[in-house]
Structure formats: C-alpha cells, structure tokens
Design a binder for this molecule. Sequence first.
Ligand SMILES: [Zn+2]
Length: 320
Amino acid sequence: MRRGPLLLIPALLLAGISVSPQPVARVVTRPVQALVDYSPLPALQQEIRPVVTPPAPVPRVVLGAQTTHLLVALTFDLDMTPDMAAAARAGFKWINTDATSYLESMNVHATLFMTGMWAEVYPTEARRLARNPNLEIGNHSYSHPAFHSPCYQLATVGHTAQLGQVQRAQQAIERVTGLTPKFFRFPGGCYDRAALDTVHAAGLIPVQWNVNSIDAFNPYPRQIASTVLNGVKPGSIVVMHLMRGNAPSSAAALRLIIPALQRRGYEFVTVSELLAAGPAIQPTDPREIVEAAPIRSLPLPAPRWCGWVTGQKGRVYTCR
Ligand SMILES: [Zn+2]
C-alpha cells in the first residue's frame, strides 16, 4: 500500500541531487550517498510492527509449575541459626555430605536454599556446591528466623528487620559463592502478606513447595520416600533438608526416591528450569498467611514394611 510514497523518497533525493548546480562528484559525498541508500529504512520499520509479548507477571509465591512434562524440582534447605553456628564451631557438621555426594554422582539438578550464615560457616563447601552447574542456589534468610509466628519453635524476626535478613543473606551468599540468588524460601515456610511484600521489594521470588518430604527430624527413610513418591506429580516442588543433624535420613531416602522417580520417567530440574517449563502454581488463600504449629517431640513410629501396592487409584508406594 505504501510502496508509492516509499519509492518517492529516494527518487526525490536523487532529483534534488540532479538539479544541483554543483558537480555531481562533489554533491554525492559519503553522507549523502548513505542517505540515498538507507533513507527508506525508517519508513519500512514503521510498517513492520514487531509482536511484543508482555513479560510474564512475577509470581507472588511459587508452589510448583503447571506442566504435563515429567519434571520435578527437588529443593534442599541449608539452615543455620546462631545456636547451630555455635555447635559448628564446637565441631558439629551441619552438612550431609552423604546426600550431596549422592546428588552429585547422579547428576541431579536441584535447588539449594542456603542461609547466609551457612555460607559463612562453610564457605569451602558453599563454593563447591555453587560451582556445580546442576545446582541452583537460593536465599533462605541470614540466620533462619520465622517471618511469621507461630512457626514451629523458630525465633521470630519483626517486619522491620526482615528486609535486613534477606539482604544480609544475599550479600553473604554473593560474597562466598559469587552467585546472586533470585529465589527466597521462608524459614519454616511461614509468612504473611507483609513478609511477601518484603521479599518482593528485595527483588526475590518466594518459593514454597507442594510436596513436603517430612524429612526434618525423621529417622525413617522409607517413610520419607513413600511421602515423596506418593506426592510427586508433573511440575512438583519437593522440600528436603541437607543438614544431617536435624534431617538424619535424607541421604537414605534420596537413594529410594531418585531411582524410583527415574523409573517413572521423571527428570530432575532446578526451580528456574521448572518455571521455564510452565507458569507457577500459586496459593489460593487470599489472606496470604502460612503458619505452623510446633512440631511433635516424638517422631512417627517406624513402618514395618514398605513397597508398591496396587489399589483403586493405581500403583502407589506405601509403608505400613
Ligand atoms: Zn529452613
């Protein structure tokens, strides 16, 4: 439609040159030649309107991803409170190297939510984990206080100090590992609306889970494994821990979970990889509050038997 006027532009320019009383050799200098050659381009660009897709909205809270692909994001928290740091200085190890070496040997992609204090107490281990391209590092606060109470038996941090917890962890993780986390996990998974606002104001995205492995303080790997294997669906996020001292059976559970999910065809991905596969599954509670009653002092009884059972809903891994 606009071809006529477009063609006219170079024609008029050439006409201008030809009526010039000056010699052609002087008129067609380099800039003029460039103008003659390229002047139609801006008009063409007006005609070709690029399709601009609006950026996907930042999810308020991520529980999983909507996908039919067999993808699962295993996530592991690395807690460190001042009391735990004191125990570490006395020689206690808050790192489950059995679990980390198993994950590394199986080339599992996973996300580790690291407290800033954990990175400072174990800088060599933090750097080593961060160098593994299969592992993504998230922020789990600086010293693991609850951002909303009640939250198990965690100490609470008030709203004004919460931003400092997020930023101080971010700085510690960046200083130790060289990486800048983009996801945040609330200590104990507890939050309220103001806490969510704080994390977003710090530029991070809160990531919860939709499968709780119940590995904290649980001595029974088969119980952890059956909980995970019965809960995982395409796009799930699983929460586990890598401190050994307060999650003693995570490594043994992983040796049951990972081969079983691989047999089902699942691929292990980081949270970033999961969210690249589909939009976030988000909580529907409009109050935006998650809190947790104190944990039981006694663990659940040990199951006597675990295995696959075919029931009305198909095959499930179960423990009795
Ligand atoms: Zn934690």
